[in-house]
Structures are given as structure tokens and as C-alpha cells.
Write a protein that binds this ligand. Structure first.
Ligand SMILES: C[S@@+](CC[C@H](N)C(=O)[O-])C[C@H]1O[C@@H](n2cnc3c(N)ncnc32)[C@H](O)[C@@H]1O
Length: 536
């Protein structure tokens, strides 16, 4: 068995074993699936034991699931039956398992992953480091993360527009780069973890993806002087106290003070984007005292000649750790920006979230870490921490988009993710920004197919007391309507131009047409940019 044939053999065996997301649910049922999402394996273990007793044998997919998802050692004979062409010897050479006597135990997590995006449904197998559930103890500081909630959030947000070159900063197991490989001709994936890069390369090969190039290095260092059409990053944004005895997990903590790593990605992006190029990332941002965090984000977005990342980055305890991008001689171009804050946590909530995430349970260690987090926040005047999505674009001319908004509620229904919606909203923004009122007046608009109108009436009354427009997909926005806007939206079926509709409404409502236009056109522009109305 040559090393070159090992991964193809693994692929063949996994496919033959039907080691897939629906296959596993079929083995252990939806309740065990849900328990696993809560990091509990007992229901799945019990279901597999019942199945084996019923069948009088271990199904190959069940053996693989016990080993690679639940972390149980399995008999060597079962393993060889589950991966017959690779066998235990081949799996050991790939670093997947350790075989001792008659037992095989897992060295990695290996699981099926399925998704739907703008290009259709897909499924892959993903190798990462064993999680807390399989290990039975807290994660190591060099742990390579599998696919978590944040990974899915970012891959769902990824705009699917066809591009030449994409960059994934902090690739981990490679999941974002693999998603980007579906719409980019070439992807560069970087990480400061050699093991992450090795696992990511294994995942790409296992899933027959051959347009990703893996590079070692911090942030933009491995791509100095290069430009990309699409940059994606789920960066290690977790704010971590720089104090003795606080673990620094490579997968979530970039080694800087506070939110300086996210700031460094934001500030560094402009130089590495082609005109029209977009960077999408997840991030945390700090609120300092009474100051709104959006003011700090606005400062990050302000191009500065020769600028290194401001404030926090220069406060770094160890200046050699996670140094921000090298100063540039002239100011980088100003970017379009669309930032969405999804959640805000108090210092205490934040500390609890991330101490638990590292696998520390309530007890003296937990309390010590809690103290360290609160000390750090107190010392730097951090009153709250925001979490959200950032989309920045290098415009071909001057920036026209500066949108910082809060969306704490549930989003719309988007089985294929939000990426297409983001792309459509950007295109609609560009169209309306380039369209003067006279042209908008002459344009026939259509209500998007996911939009509904809700009306409330006092009992017995004919006129509604409250009217609201709802978006079913996208961000699931709701917009209050008055009579004129409701009339305008209701008439947008593509048959009449906006100006004609406003003219008719002015007559119907006995209103001044110019005044009504001045009132309605900005609202029409907002409805276009949010995807309620579409340009034919
Ligand atoms: C939160 S994980 C994201 C992994 C993967 N991209 C995903 O979406 O699931 C962050 C990754 O960034 C890497 N990382 C940490 N510091 C970095 C740095 N300074 N430059 C580049 N990557 C870094 C970590 O090793 C880790 O793999």
C-alpha cells in the first residue's frame, strides 16, 4: 500500500460504508443526534448496542461512528471490516488510529458533514482533532477544531459569486476553504498551526478538492503583496486575558489583547482585496465604558497611512505575539462596510461562555479563570462584548455602503444559507446608489416572492390600525407600513413604474405628488437594499 493510495482507499471505504449524515441518523435516531449536539454520547452508544444485538453484527458505519464520533475503541476485526481496503495498518499510517493488540482506538475525529449552498447539496468527510466528548477531558491548547456553530454560520454567509482567487485566514480543518473552492478558481488557505494545515490538506484530498493551496503563517503574512477577490475568515476572535495560568487555545485565541486580532484583519483587508473584492469574517468587539462599540468599529474602518492596528494591538503584552500587519506607506483604500451585530454579552456571560467552551467545569479552576477574565475586562474598561458578522468590500470607486446594524432576533428561513441574499442585497444597494430619483421613478419594481403583509384591525373597523411587511427568508426583517407605502408596495407587480404608482396614490390620498415622492423614494431605496423589492 503506497502512501498515495491511502486516502483514495479511505474514501472508497467510507463511501461503501454509507458513512453519511442521514446514514448515522438512521443508525441511532434523531434523539441521539440531538444529544450529540449537546455533547452527550450515551443515547447514541445505547442505540448502537441495541442495533448490534438485533443484527448480531456491527454495521461498518456503526463501527466508524463508535470510533471516530463517540471516541470508543473498537475490535480490530470490526475495524478491518469497516475499512476493508485501507485496514488498520493504512489508517495508522494516515494518523487516524492507534492499533494495540486486538483493539483500535481513534486519534482523530472523522465524521460526515452535509450542507446545502447556492450550488446545491453536498457532503464531505471531515477530519479534525478529537473533541472533549471523545477525549473525556478539556481540549489541548493546540487542538484543531472540527466544524462548530461558528464554522456553519460563516460558511452559510459566504457569498457564492464566481471569483478567481479566494483566501481563507485561519483555515483550521479547512472547512471555509473547501466551501470557497466551490465558487473560486483558486483558494489560498493559511494557518499558524502546522497540524491544522496537515488536517485541512487531508480533508481536501479526501473530498477530491484540488484547487486549495495551503500556506503557513500569521494573518496576512503568507500573502504579502497578493490580492484576492474574496477573503473569508473565522478568526480566533475570543478575547482572552493575558494572565498567568489562563490557557491560550490556538483555535480561538490569536494571542493579542482584547479584540485586536479582529481589528488587525479588518485593517489589513483593504490592501489584499482586488477592486470589487469582498472580505467576510466573524468577530467579537468590545464596548469600552459607555461608548458604543460601533464607534470603535468605525475607527477600524478608517484608512490610516502607515497605520498599524490601533489601541489594543499596541497594548499587546508581548509585542512579538500576533503583531499587526506591517505599516503601509500610503493609506489603503476606504472600504464599503456592512456589519451586523447579532449578540451582546456582559463580561460575566462572556467569561462563562468561553471557560465552558474550553472544557473547564464549575470548581476552583473555573473560578480562577472567571476572576482572570473579569480582571482583564475591568482593567481595560470593557463593559460588554458584541458578536457578529462583518462584510467589507473594496469599491471600484468611492465607498457608498456604511451600514452598522443590530439584529438580535431570529433570522429568516435560509436552507442554502444567507450568502446569496447578501450578494443580492449588495447588488441592489449598488443599483439604487447609482440610480437617481428620476430613473427610479421610471423603473418597474416587483415585490420579492418571500414577502408577506400583516394587518391588524380593531374589531368592527375597516381600516387597519397596524400594517407590517415581513420578509420570510434573508434576515427575516419586518418593516412598518403606512397607508402610502402599503399602497406602493402592493402595486409593485412589475407592471407599473414607481412614478406612475406614486402619481396614482397622490390622487387617491389627495396628497401633493412631489411631497409624497420625497417621502416614499427613500423608503423604496431601503426596501430595495433589504431585498423586499427587486429590480426586474
Ligand atoms: C476559530 S478557528 C477557525 C477554523 C475554521 N476556519 C472554521 O471556520 O471552523 C481559527 C483558526 O485560526 C488559526 N489561527 C490562530 N491564530 C492565527 C493567526 N495569527 N493567523 C492565522 N491563523 C491563526 C487557528 O489555528 C485556527 O485554526
Amino acid at each position: 500500500m503506497t502512501p498515495a493510495t491511502l486516502v483514495p482507499r479511505l474514501r472508497t471505504d467510507l463511501a461503501a460504508a454509507h458513512f453519511s449524515v442521514p446514514g448515522l441518523t438512521g443508525l441511532w435516531g434523531i434523539e441521539a443526534d440531538a444529544a450529540l449536539r449537546r455533547n452527550q454520547r450515551v443515547p447514541a452508544q445505547r442505540a448502537l448496542a441495541t442495533l448490534a444485538a438485533k443484527l448480531g453484527r456491527n454495521e461498518p458505519a456503526a463501527t466508524l461512528a463508535r470510533l471516530f464520533l463517540l471516541g470508543d475503541a473498537v475490535p480490530r476485526a470490526d475495524f478491518d471490516a469497516a475499512l476493508p481496503t485501507l485496514g488498520a495498518a493504512g489508517a495508522e499510517r494516515l494518523g487516524l488510529v492507534a492499533a494495540v493488540d486486538a483493539l483500535v482506538r481513534p486519534l482523530v475525529d472523522l465524521r460526515p458533514y452535509s450542507f446545502i449552498d447556492a450550488h446545491g447539496a453536498g457532503s464531505w468527510w471531515i477530519v479534525s482533532d478529537l473533541g472533549e466528548l471523545a477525549l473525556g477531558h478539556p481540549l489541548g491548547e493546540t487542538h484543531v477544531l472540527g466544524i462548530g456553530g461558528a464554522s456553519r454560520t460563516l460558511s452559510g454567509l459566504m457569498m457564492p459569486h464566481a471569483v478567481e482567487r479566494a483566501l481563507d485566514i485561519g483555515t483550521g480543518c479547512g472547512i471555509q476553504a473547501m466551501h470557497a473552492s466551490r465558487h473560486a478558481e483558486h483558494v489560498v488557505a493559511t494557518d499558524i498551526s502546522v497540524r491544522a494545515l496537515e488536517l485541512a490538506a487531508l480533508n481536501a484530498e479526501l473530498n477530491e478538492i484540488d484547487n486549495i493551496e495551503f500556506r503557513f503563517g500569521s494573518l496576512f503574512d503568507p500573502v504579502a503583496g497578493e490580492r484576492f477577490d474574496h477573503i473569508i475568515s473565522n478568526p480566533p476572535f475570543v478575547i482572552t486575558p493575558r494572565a498567568e495560568g489562563v490557557p491560550s487555545y490556538e483555535y480561538r485565541d490569536g494571542g493579542m489583547v482584547g479584540d485586536a486580532l479582529v481589528e488587525a484583519v479588518v485593517r489589513g483587508a483593504a490592501e489584499h482585496l482586488t477592486p470589487g473584492g469582498v472580505v467576510q469574517l466573524l468577530g467579537n468587539w468590545e464596548y469600552h465604558g459607555e461608548t458604543d462599540a460601533f464607534e470603535r468599529l468605525e475607527r477600524w474602518l478608517t484608512p490610516v497611512a502607515g497605520a498599524a492596528a490601533e489601541s489594543n494591538a499596541s497594548d499587546s503584552v508581548d509585542p512579538t505575539v500576533g503583531a499587526p500587519a506591517a505599516p503601509v506607506a500610503s493609506a489603503p483604500p476606504a472600504l464599503d462596510a456592512w456589519i451586523i451585530e447579532r449578540e451582546v454579552q456582559s463580561p460575566g456571560e462572556y467569561a462563562e461562555t468561553w471557560i465552558r467552551d474550553g472544557g473547564t467545569r464549575p470548581g476552583p479552576d473555573f473560578d480562577r479563570l472567571y476572576d482572570a477574565w473579569l480582571n482583564d475586562f475591568e482593567a481595560r474598561g470593557v463593559s460588554r462584548v458584541g458578536f457578529g458578522y462583518l462584510l467589507l468590500r473594496r469599491p471600484s470607486a468611492a465607498p457608498t455602503l456604511r451600514r452598522l446594524e443590530r439584529m438580535p432576533d431570529a433570522l429568516g428561513h435560509n436552507p442554502a444559507g444567507l450568502g446569496s441574499h447578501l450578494a443580492e442585497c449588495l447588488a441592489a444597494h449598488d443599483w439604487q446608489a447609482a440610480t437617481d430619483d428620476a430613473r427610479l421613478f421610471r423603473t418597474n419594481l416587483t415585490v420579492a416572492s418571500d414577502v408577506t403583509e400583516e394587518r391588524h384591525y380593531w374589531p368592527g373597523q375597516q381600516d387597519p390600525t397596524l400594517m407590517t411587511l415581513h420578509q420570510g427568508s434573508g434576515f427575516g426583517r419586518s418593516v412598518p407600513l403606512d397607508t402610502a407605502l402599503a399602497g406602493l408596495v402592493g402595486a409593485c407587480d412589475g407592471e407599473l413604474a414607481v412614478g406612475a404608482i406614486i402619481g396614482a396614490l397622490a390622487q387617491l390620498l389627495d396628497a401633493d405628488e412631489a411631497a409624497l415622492s420625497a417621502e416614499l423614494l427613500p423608503k423604496v431605496r431601503a426596501l430595495l437594499a433589504d431585498g423586499f423589492l427587486t429590480v426586474p
